[in-house]
Design a protein around this ligand. Structure first.
Ligand code: PCA
Length: 315
């Protein structure tokens, strides 16, 4: 059996009669995601609540841990990646404890084990922001006590939810999905530009994703950046000598079994006669809709077309 995912939320506190974090935790209990079952707990807003996860970790281990809480004044959801070694309660917690300006362990701040740079956050629901300030109240305390206990790389962080949000549950599921998915592989993708057009190449029948069109390129090798990778890959795939121009952007795409971060760069041909090795056709394109693109390559083609258009208008 795959390890479960732990989701915690909190009971209402202060002058709140509901706490969205607890409601969502409750709703997600038993839900399956990437082959893992969600086990959820609604924590009391006090010392005991902050300790529950570290107690659970004595007996069990989890594929991932996400703590949810309400952030009263936040306009956007906050992906908290730091637990501060300080508590300073503005109001007492639900068992009447009020801690002022006190260290939790005295050993310094602790950092979450997730890598938000691999998360394509701009495509996530409700525009979450990465934050290194989880407050000085129970949310911070809970994250701190959990991180203090985790002794392996179990992905864990705190998601602070605003009072109002369109789809908090959807966002929580996206976060869990990103914690469970494989790490990003860096891939160079070349926008080979000639006479105001860009090159699309169709994957040959013997290749994975056969028949789909893409930008030539491939995985970074040890020590390579996007530019070196593209010079090598395009020589291997098309027998063209290229030099790279400006970076066009980065796109993260989840193929299910692998997640890639595409580093797209302008490329210009300096020499060579094109010969295809992993493709069976190429086409010089003006716009984004001339071939059937693989994965995010249509978005990339749209970005390149827009750029070329701009260059035509303002050479
Ligand atoms: N939010 C509080 C504690 C419980 C909750 O949902 C906080 O931000 O610390």
């Amino acid at each position: 059996m795959a390890k479960p995912v732990l989701v915690t939320g909190f009971e209402p506190f202060g002058n709140h009669s509901v706490n969205i974090s607890g409601e969502i935790a409750r709703e997600l209990d038993g839900h399956e995601i990437r082959g893992h079952n969600i086990q959820s707990h609604v924590l009391s807003v006090d010392y005991e609540g902050s300790m529950l996860t570290s107690q659970l970790l004595d007996e069990s281990s989890f594929a991932a841990i996400i703590h949810l809480g309400l952030a009263e004044n936040a306009p956007f959801p906050r992906i908290e990646i730091r637990a501060k070694d300080i508590l300073d309660f503005r109001i007492p917690d639900n068992s009447g404890r009020q801690v002022r300006e006190t260290h939790i362990s005295g050993k310094g701040d602790l950092f979450s084990t997730i890598k938000p740079v691999d998360w394509d956050i701009d495509t996530m629901i409700d525009s979450p922001v990465v934050s290194d300030d989880a407050g000085e109240y129970l949310c911070n305390e809970t994250l701190y006590r959990t991180l203090m206990k985790i002794d392996d790389n179990t992905p864990c962080f705190f998601l602070h939810l605003p009072l109002q949000q369109s789809d908090a549950k959807g966002l929580v599921l996206q976060c869990i999905d990103r914690m469970l998915r494989p790490p990003c592989i860096d891939v160079g993708a070349g926008a080979i530009i000639h006479d105001g057009k860009f090159l699309a190449a169709r994957r040959a029948p013997s290749e994975k994703h056969a028949g789909w069109w893409e930008f030539p390129g491939g995985k970074f090798e040890e020590g390579e950046g996007a530019s070196e990778c593209l010079v090598r890959e395009i020589r291997e795939e098309l027998e063209l000598d290229i030099s790279t121009g400006e970076p066009i952007g980065e796109w993260i795409f989840d193929h299910g079994d692998v997640v890639v971060r595409l580093h797209v760069m302008e490329c210009f041909v300096n020499g060579g006669t094109m010969k295809l090795h992993v493709h069976d056709r190429v086409q010089w394109c003006d716009g984004p809709d001339e071939v059937d693109w693989l994965g995010p390559d249509r978005d990339i083609a749209a970005a390149i077309s827009a750029r070329l258009q701009l260059h035509r208008q303002h050479p």
